[in-house]
Design a protein around this ligand. Structure first.
Ligand code: ADP
Ligand code: MG
Length: 365
């Protein structure tokens, strides 16, 4: 047995995903999972922090520790539910919560909080965290970091595959059947983030369930073209982005003057179109796309991708053995394993870093 736990909360801030994996014999087996709701007050404080231009260091410090304790609770709940012997878990890999991703600022930085000292203290398990900053220090984007995991467990010698992760931001990993070909990957732009924010503002619901609201609207083609003209979509890879860029303010900048449901339909099509173009341009011989992340549950988004990418089989990662909602947490469990074994976690060609590096900091049990 080689048990590891991955703790992930992405830009959507929908939940803390906890995944327990067994990586024995170089395999990857999802043993158990748990979706840990953010305590309401904590989520509110986090959202306030993300939206404010200024904040107090006192609040920031407290939030870091409160998140660390909550991440520890999340791991402990899964351990209790499954009655796993803690001594069998070799490490926890914690992504933390991104509060700012700024790969293009001078100097560039990416900041994830959720104090890993608290995670190791309150779980009693060695914790690896802060994966992105080493890659940035070495000139990389710090993102995406999931491609190495995708390559390790989802590559096929028969098919040119793309793994498409639709979280708040969407990212793709191109895995050519020819094992000699390099892996590539990048953030394509918005996945669910704009859909969520627009839905929260107009329906007061966290997300557009199954894309049902978008389905009541009509795509505004003029607006769609205007949104697709944003510089991010034509930027050459390596590239990465976040909610600091793609947010309500971004939508309003394009003076979206239409009914809320038509805009929701258009934003859904923006995700579909920007993802599809990225796949077509960077993996023209791709024959299979496997989708993971919460976007895999948005029926409207999935149907749109299927209709748009006509010659490609679109499936979810369930067919590769891990349900869509646990792939990213699984990747961070594996990244912890890589770190403890002194092996690299990034792929320099993907992030643009000067080398493949051992990522993160280790917080011993
Ligand atoms: N049934 C559903 N219908 C539509 N969207 C969904 C559904 N289930 C999940 N989602 C979307 O997935 C998001 C969460 O995806 P996730 O992969 O956890 O993103 P992140 O990594 O940014 O946290 C939700 O915010 C929501 O937009
Ligand atoms: Mg999430």
């Amino acid at each position: 047995m080689a048990y590891y736990i991955g703790l992930m909360s992405g830009t959507s801030m929908d939940a803390i995903d906890v995944a327990l994996l067994d990586f024995s014999n170089d395999n990857c087996k999802l043993i158990a999972s748990h979706s840990h709701a953010f305590p309401y007050e904590l989520k509110q404080k986090l959202q306030q922090l993300l939206q404010s231009e200024t904040f107090s260091l006192h609040d920031f410090g407290r939030l870091d520790v409160e998140l660390g304790r909550t991440f520890a609770d999340a791991a402990n709940q899964l351990i209790q539910q499954q009655q796993v012997d803690k001594s069998k878990i070799l490490a926890i890999g914690s992504h933390g919560q991104t509060v700012f991703h700024a790969p293009y600022s001078t100097p560039p930085f990416s900041l994830q909080i959720s104090d890993p000292n608290c995670i190791s203290q309150f779980t009693g398990i060695t914790t690896v965290a802060d994966f992105r900053r080493r890659d940035i220090a070495a000139g990389g984007q710090g993102a995406p970091l999931v491609p190495a995991f995708h390559n390790g467990f989802f590559r096929s010698p028969q098919h040119n595959r793309v793994i498409l992760n639709i979280g708040g931001i969407a990212n793709i990993t191109m895995l050519a059947a020819d094992q000699k070909k390099l892996i590539s990957g990048f953030d394509t732009g918005p996945g669910n983030c704009l859909l969520d924010e627009w839905c929260q503002q107009h329906l007061n619901q966290p997300y557009d369930k199954n894309g049902a609201w978008a389905a009541t609207g009509t795509i505004n083609d003029k607006l769609l073209q205007q949104l697709l003209a944003d510089d991010y979509f034509s930027l050459a890879a390596p590239k990465s982005t976040g909610r600091e860029y793609f947010n309500l303010h971004w939508i309003k900048q394009h003076s979206a003057n239409d009914s809320p449901e038509n805009i929701q339909a258009t934003l859904t099509q923006l995700s579909i179109e920007s993802i599809s173009r990225a796949i077509e341009e960077h993996s023209h011989d791709c024959d299979e796309v496997y989708v993971c992340g919460g976007g895999a549950f948005n029926a409207r988004l999935m149907l749109g991708l299927k209709n748009r990418l006509t010659n490609i089989k679109l499936k979810t990662t369930t067919e590769l053995g891990i349900d869509p909602e646990w792939v990213e947490a699984a990747a961070f469990a594996w990244l912890a394993k890589q770190t403890l074994e002194n092996k690299p976690g990034n792929i320099a060609e993907v992030t643009g870093a000067s080398a493949n590096l051992v990522l993160g900091g280790i917080y011993p049990a």
